[in-house]
Ligand binder design. Structure first.
Ligand code: GUN
Length: 283
């Protein structure tokens, strides 16, 4: 078997065109969706992600701004900024780029964001709604992964989904979204024994480890769908995922590449959430 590649870049371009039409209509009704991104400090990777989010927003007509704060900002000062944004009617989406410097407790910041403006889907209220199957703002990478599966009409119900990684941003919520669609979900992580035995049972294998080449054909059941969430920069500067792509291609039915896989879909989900928030659909 040679896997079909799910091209996240192409899907993202198509979805952005659809969103642009929707935003054009909203603008005609004087509703301009607006995303405010808060960037603390000078982490080059964070800066590059934030610039990508701003660029993609502008492509679809969402207005966006980046508020830059120094590495030394106090938790109180950051909470003040969030409070102002919460009370600003023209701001529909608030995203505080992570990681944050160590003087700031991430949970305090996430919990301070108005859940209706939490376009990252990280607020405990939104996570609780997701867990109970209610409509809400969903975490962007997991939502993007589900969108990719839906785009290929890959059936989820009754399938065994194995998720490697248990982060709050990707692993835990992607497992929950798959469960919401009636998959049987197994979580694996750094303390998991017999990883290969478990991954070989997966109909859908989501790999979110953050290390290159942790999964190859030996870990994959023939015909499985393989979703690679990793973005690893090698010493020579090239980007690679967590999966040995060439090897996994031989066993999988579908596979996502890196780059041009899950990454572009994360940003697409953010735009989708911002439009949803602007329309006042989150109560
Ligand atoms: N840092 C890495 N990924 C993310 C994300 O999805 N949202 C935010 N806010 N920060 C991140």
């Amino acid at each position: 078997m040679v896997a079909e590649v799910i091209n996240g870049k192409e899907l993202s371009t198509k979805l952005k065109e659809e969103m642009k039409q929707e935003v054009d209509l909203l603008r005609k009704q004087n509703l301009v969706p607006h995303l405010t991104v808060v960037l603390v400090g000078n982490n080059p990777a964070s800066r590059s992600y934030v610039n990508g989010k701003k660029r993609a927003s502008e492509e679809v007509g969402i207005s966006s701004e980046i508020i830059e704060l120094p590495e030394t900002v106090s938790e109180e000062e950051l909470l003040d900024v969030i409070d102002k944004l919460n009370n600003e009617d023209a701001v529909h989406g608030i995203l505080v780029q992570l990681p944050l410097p160590k003087q700031i407790t991430v949970a305090h910041i996430i919990e301070a964001i108005d859940p209706r403006k939490d376009v990252d889907g990280f607020h405990p209220i939104n996570i609780g709604k997701m867990m109970t199957g209610q409509d809400t703002l969903l975490p962007c990478t997991p939502y993007g992964i589900l969108t990719m599966l839906h785009s290929k009409n890959i059936s989820i119900e009754g399938k065994h989904a194995v998720v490697i990684g248990r982060s709050n941003i990707v692993g835990k919520p992607v497992g929950q979204l798959l469960l919401n669609e009636n998959a049987t979900v197994t979580y694996c992580h750094s303390r998991t024994k017999n990883l290969k035995e478990l991954t070989k049972q997966a109909d859908i294998l989501v790999v979110a480890v953050g290390r290159p080449n942790v999964i190859n054909e030996e870990y994959i059941k023939s015909g499985a769908v393989v979703i690679d969430v990793g973005i690893n920069r090698l010493e020579d500067g090239t980007l690679t995922g967590d999966v040995d792509f060439q090897s996994a291609m031989k066993k999988a039915s579908y596979i996502t590449p890196v780059p041009r896989g899950v990454g572009p879909m994360t940003i697409t989900s953010l735009l989708h959430n911002t439009i949803k928030a602007a329309k006042g659909l989150i109560k």
